[in-house]
Design a protein around this ligand. Structure first.
Ligand code: C5P
Length: 231
């Protein structure tokens, strides 16, 4: 079977992480969370008090940071310069900071080249905002995952609550709207649906159902690719 690069892009709370992870598991592919890389840079910038309005310093920081995404026994760890920051990068503060470092072209250049390197041999499900448009414009299957903003905010609120961070729905809705705006309106690699991406709106669908739909599409594309390689 021909192994693909599957890209899953979409706004915050669209279910990308849960769905992408499950799709990778069902296909026997590697899973790569590009958002975790932006969060990792943001976490380090916050720690080192790097000014968020200094693009040069942020780009230099990204270049000097080692980010490892380690997948073992179904758990997924994020290491920054060898330190495990898996939990620390999931706070609301780091999420906001990540969408600020993500507007910096120099930061994106560093992270995009690492993302390309990680998927060199295919058999990868990568999630993010610009994976199907910028990182892998020729990916074998591109998905744009979306859902109503209120549903996305509620999913996010529940995630925070599970981690002990209790936020009002209205507060999370505002955070989601702000990040949507920043991601969609930025000059470099804005969040847009690639023309050849399949739009999957999961407002009324669970993660498992969404993942299985994507797996069906991936299997079809794998078969078509294998057939084309034989001709
Ligand atoms: O997906 P996640 O919420 O973890 O991403 C954190 C932030 O990183 C996003 O709000 C977005 O600004 C940025 N990001 C990006 N490009 C990607 C992945 C994430 O700009 N490919």
């Amino acid at each position: 079977m021909s192994r693909l690069i599957v890209t899953i892009d979409g706004p915050v709370g669209s279910g990308k992480s849960t769905v992408a992870r499950r799709v990778a598991e069902l296909l026997g592919y590697a899973y790569l969370d590009s958002g975790a890389m932006y969060r990792a840079v943001a976490w380090k910038a916050l720690r080192e008090n790097t000014p968020f309005d200094c693009e040069e310093k942020l780009a230099a920081l990204a270049g000097a940071t080692r980010i490892d995404l380690v997948s073992t026994d179904g758990s997924y760890r994020v290491l920054v310069d060898g330190t495990d920051v898996t939990q620390q990068i999931r706070t609301a503060a780091v999420a906001q900071a990540a969408s600020k470092v993500a507007v910096v072209a120099g930061v994106r250049t560093v992270l995009v080249s690492e993302q390309r390197r990680a998927a060199e041999r295919g058999g990868v499900v990568m999630e993010g905002r610009d994976i199907g448009t910028v990182v892998f414009p020729d990916a074998g299957l591109k998905i744009f995952l979306d859902a109503a903003v209120e549903v996305r905010a509620e999913r996010r609120r529940l995630e925070y609550a599970q981690k002990g961070e209790r936020l009002e729905f209205s507060e999370v809705l505002e955070e989601v709207r702000q990040r949507d705006r920043r991601d969609r309106e930025r000059a470099v690699s804005p969040l847009v649906r690639a023309r050849d991406a399949v739009l999957v709106d999961n407002t009324a669908m669970g993660a498992e159902e969404t993942a299985r739909l994507i797996v069906l599409l991936a299997r079809e594309r794998e078969a078509a690719k294998a057939e084309a390689q034989q001709v």
